[in-house]
Design a protein around this ligand. Structure first.
Ligand SMILES: Cc1cc2nc3c(=O)[nH]c(=O)nc-3n(C[C@H](O)[C@H](O)[C@H](O)COP(=O)(O)OP(=O)(O)OC[C@H]3O[C@@H](n4cnc5c(N)ncnc54)[C@H](O)[C@@H]3O)c2cc1C
Length: 235
């Protein structure tokens, strides 16, 4: 069992805000606590945000890049337009302070020779980081649902990766069955395999049930709902 790094609270500063495309914003945070921050590929941090009523709330974002030397971490935000997390990403500016707690997340990469990843755009940071960490010789299939080609990103890896972008076009996020259809068509080996499912909670449950129906054991599937259609995350 992989040992997970210990989580700490860090006071950081927003160093940069850039748009990766029309619907994804990268926010780079910087600060001395990142010099010895340790995280596994796909782990996330809890962002502590104001709730607008004098209190606070939490939202989780995947560590997209961590650079201990420059003491910086990139978080990529889906610009879905609702909720404190998305609204913070719209308004934040270089120099703003922010508190994070992490790393969080209990889904380390397994050593399976064949790996399957499926998720929507909220999972691009996790899928990209995990696929990039696969060793040469590993094989992976990655199914990623996005609105259209403008949301696609370059994902580098030493592994043999079959990366398929699925365009939902005018269908709303969380409402499409593109991942279901694509998953049904994936040929799954009989052993030495692992699947990671991240995205809208109901979609993730459907995909997990499909894989169990095809004979994958619970230990061969890591499934995590990242957001709930029509409902705010509990902080
Ligand atoms: C471990 C983990 C890692 C995550 N990593 C990332 C990441 O790297 N990048 C990222 O963008 N998100 C990531 N998420 C998802 C993110 O935490 C949720 O999308 C969260 O709901 C955002 O909070 P919010 O305040 O913007 O919206 P909330 O207040 O939670 O929700 C408000 C409304 O927005 C809708 N909504 C929430 N998320 C989305 C979405 N992605 N698309 C469309 N509608 C949405 C909800 O259905 C609700 O109606 C991660 C979640 C987890 C658990």
């Amino acid at each position: 069992m992989t040992e997970l790094p210990a989580a700490t609270t860090c006071q950081l500063t927003v160093a940069a805000v850039i748009d990766l495309g029309p619907r994804m914003r990268r926010i780079t945070l910087a600060g001395d606590p990142l010099a010895d921050f340790v995280a596994l590929p796909g782990q996330d941090v809890v962002l502590h945000l104001p709730d607008g009523q004098g209190g606070g709330l939490s939202r989780r974002y995947t560590i997209r890049h961590l650079d201990n030397q420059s003491r910086r971490v990139d978080l990529d935000f889906v610009r879905h337009g609702h909720g404190p997390g998305a609204l913070w990403a719209e308004s934040v500016q270089a120099g703003d302070p922010v508190e994070i707690f992490g790393p969080r997340g209990k889904t380390p990469l397994t050593a399976a020779g064949w790996q399957l990843f499926a998720g929507d755009e909220s999972a691009i940071p996790a899928i990209a980081e995990m696929v990039s960490a696969l060793p040469s010789g590993a094989h992976a299939v990655a199914l990623v649902e996005v609105q259209d080609a403008a949301d696609e990103q370059l994902v580098e890896s030493d592994a043999v990766v079959d990366l398929r972008w699925l365009h939902r076009l005018t269908t709303a996020p969380g409402d499409a069955d593109l991942l279901d259809t694509a998953l049904q068509a994936v040929a799954i080996p009989d052993a030495d395999r692992h699947a990671y499912l991240f995205g809208e909670s109901r979609v993730v449950r459907r995909l997990r049930d499909h894989l169990h129906g095809r004979g994958l054991q619970p230990a061969e599937v890591s499934a995590k709902g990242y957001w709930n259609l029509g409902r705010a995350m509990r902080d």
